[in-house]
Write a protein that binds this ligand. Sequence first.
Ligand code: ADP
Ligand code: XUL
Length: 535
Amino acid sequence: MKKDGSGKTDLFLGLDLSTQGLKGTLIDADFRVAAEDAVSFDGDLPEFKTEGGVHRRPDGLTVTSPPLMWVAALDLLFARVKSGGWPLASVAAVCGSGQQHGSVWLKRGARKALAKLDPARSLREQLTDAFSVADSPVWMDAGTQKQCDEREAALGGPQAVADLTGSRAYLRFTGNQIARIYADDPAAYERTDRIALVSSFAASLLIGDYAPIDTSDGSGMNLMDVRKRDWSRAALEYTAPGLAAKLGPIVPGHETVGTLHAYYVRKYGFSPQCPVVAFSGDNPNSLAGLRLQRAGDVAISLGTSDTMFGYVLRPKPSGVEGHIFANPVDPSAYMVMLCRMNGSLARERVRDAAAAGSWNTFSGFLHNTPAGNGGRMGIFFFEPEITPPTRNTGVSFFDADGKRIDTLPPEAEVRALVESQFISLRLHGEGIGLMPSAILATGGASANREILRVISDVFGAPVYTGEQTASASLGAAYRAMHGWMCKREGRFVPFAEAMSGAPPFARAVEPDAAAHEAYNRMLGRFAKLEESVAG
Ligand code: ADP
Ligand code: XUL
């Protein structure tokens, strides 16, 4: 899959419309990153007066972004990369990513405006009047508690909502945001012709028509039947009248949704007939970016918070925690995701308190203490935790008999922290069907081999590393390549096959059988202690 037949090298473009900016990543057919560039909303488009890409209302709950800013960013990025010499005529396919859950409200007439985009004028000029809601709610918005409670009550409780849609009702999930806008401003809802996600909106700009939502990003709405991968009539009913028509169709992530509008061909020099593959959410794109490709492949991103997500065939939706999404690269699989708040920031706090602020000392303590910590355990909720959900904060230590104790020696405290983080991830992951057979570690703390060793032993799985971080724009570029292959071959090409030429990840740590056994024996006791602290 090197050449496109015309002798030109095929390039694949991934875009990422995130909270703070718009990024583009161009890769070649050998999976090498050929170029990257980005636009920052605050810095490059100051007239929209965003902070971190958003507007926060004084109520402390409502967080929005102007969709016209996203429109302006697209022209700005393309103008920049064109003048930077990117060979846009060699782009074989485009795909993209959007922050999850945010919605874009297009009013009647928008479809026509998209269709007749004129390269002599800017996108922004031509789409100023396209929106029925000028400020789009984004994923940080938390003003929908009432709608979430109503949804769960109407559909039979949190577990029933999770069984149906993949997640219990969450404040940021789009269906609850839609219900709120309908309640607050029914006239705006009435004026609306199409409600897009940030991802499908960006794709719509590119094809000059309404692009369908993909099933993976569509899973972040509390509106889709996650097993049937189609809108749930019951879930739509409790949201707003006539919603199905406003949402339009839903398609699997590998499908092509159209070709680039002539606007981009004439203005920026893209080749005519360049296919646009369905855009998806940033987390689904990160799964593709890390090339998870078979059931049991799991990524653990050790950033500010720790996120674990994986490629799963048999998920177990939870009414308490975690998310089940349709898998963006496999129409018969799922993506399961969990987030722990107390990740790197907790490790830094214990490093500072117990290891004199040194990662070296911290790692040395891990190296010199036994797996299982002689039965001593700690539960560390410096911040209210998401998994398990709790508002209780504080640190609790326990001796080998499960009795509370005030302190642990520094080296045991470091071990107690790291073991608790990953035993907890394993427990809660198993609860929703995440059982890793191979783990790809990314993010800042994946540089720490002693932490990787604990992860490998807790899960009993090898840990791989790569230079790659969980990058949504790179994932979008891979998905552009995948979708392009599916279209070219007229069949569903397994993602593993599409990615077979990519450089392998390095196998960093093998699990130790005895250590893994020690952790297996700790699980039950840990679960009880964690529950007693979380309440
Ligand atoms: P984010 O993308 O969430 O900002 P990163 O993935 O860049 O986070 O990770 C940054 C974190 O990595 C820092 O907060 C730091 O705690 C952690 N980190 C960096 N080096 C090490 C190390 N050697 N051992 C453990 N943690 C580390
Ligand atoms: C995921 C979520 C965030 C946004 C960020 O559920 O809300 O990760 O997708 O862009």
